[in-house]
Design a binder for this molecule. Structure first.
Ligand SMILES: Nc1ncnc2c1ncn2[C@@H]1O[C@H](COP(=O)(O)OP(=O)(O)OP(=O)(O)O)[C@@H](O)[C@H]1O
Length: 240
């Protein structure tokens, strides 16, 4: 059940939308959680989309472990992703939404169904198998998305502000859940968040993105000292 962790590298990547250009040259440590922070519009989601394969670089390479995935379609990358919302198919019940992590056609063998049940129990949703997404709270929906991550069992997990719309207590619970799943599976996690406390609590490493590039990278603990990167201190100061 354990995913093999792998480093994620954006090697001199250049990408542009019509009027925005990003340049990323950065490595994410294998098996560790890295928080990605930075101002709105800085390019954090774009970075995750380049790793997931929803966007393709104009120059440079995307590497997962030793494998060059620069032009691989999303379905061929060893990656799971959880967004702020809309992770689930509205017309499919909880069990099927999780089962999709194992089989896009939902052709599930007995062992797959057992893994789905185990994952739902693991995230605290046993008994809710037949509910539709609209019959769940926001936190429960994100738990379903995490259960799908478990049955998908890929070595890379991309989290794009997954708990931003939850209240503080619930967010705390979800951070604990991610921390324990990471302790079990050891996947490489890239975690975009606007909350400094989330980064402090969960992430060993920090990447600070500003104006389409990595302005600073290092240990999270170092970022929060007086000697932390000035751009980051300025950003945190402005957020408070
Ligand atoms: N599909 C798109 N087409 C054109 N421009 C886009 C597209 N997606 C993002 N952009 C632009 O690219 C830049 C980076 O956007 P991105 O979503 O990566 O920022 P972000 O750091 O994740 O922001 P936020 O914290 O607000 O989510 C922004 O200027 C944005 O307007």
């Amino acid at each position: 059940m354990t995913s093999t962790s792998a480093a994620v590298r954006l090697d001199h990547v250049v990408f542009s939308y019509s009027d925005t250009m990003v340049r990323f040259d950065v490595t994410f440590a294998p098996g560790e959680i890295t928080a990605i922070m930075g101002p709105s519009g800085a390019g954090k989601s774009t970075l995750l989309n380049l790793v997931a394969g929803f966007e393709t670089p104009r120059e440079g390479r995307v590497l997962i472990g030793d494998v060059d995935v620069t032009i691989a379609p999303p379905s061929e990358r060893p990656v799971s992703m959880v967004f702020q919302e809309n992770n689930l198919f509205a017309h499919l019940d909880v069990e099927k939404n999780v089962g999709l992590g194992r089989s896009p056609a939902l052709s599930l063998a007995t062992a797959d169904r057992r893994d789905v049940a185990t994952a739902l129990t693991r995230v605290g949703l046993a008994g809710m198998e037949k509910r539709l997404p609209r019959e769940l709270s926001g936190g429960e929906r994100q738990r379903v998305a995490l259960a799908r991550v478990l049955v998908r069992d890929r070595p890379i997990l991309l989290l794009d502000e997954p708990f931003a719309s939850l209240g503080p207590a619930l967010r705390e619970d979800m951070l604990d859940l991610v921390a324990s799943l990471h302790a079990e599976r050891g996947m490489t996690v890239l975690f975009v968040t606007h909350q400094p406390e989330d980064a402090r609590k969960l992430a060993k490493n920090m990447v600070f993105v500003e104006a389409g590039t990595v302005a600073a990278a290092g240990k999270t603990a170092d970022f929060f000292t007086n000697a932390g990167p000035e751009a980051f201190r300025h950003y945190i100061g402005g957020e408070r």
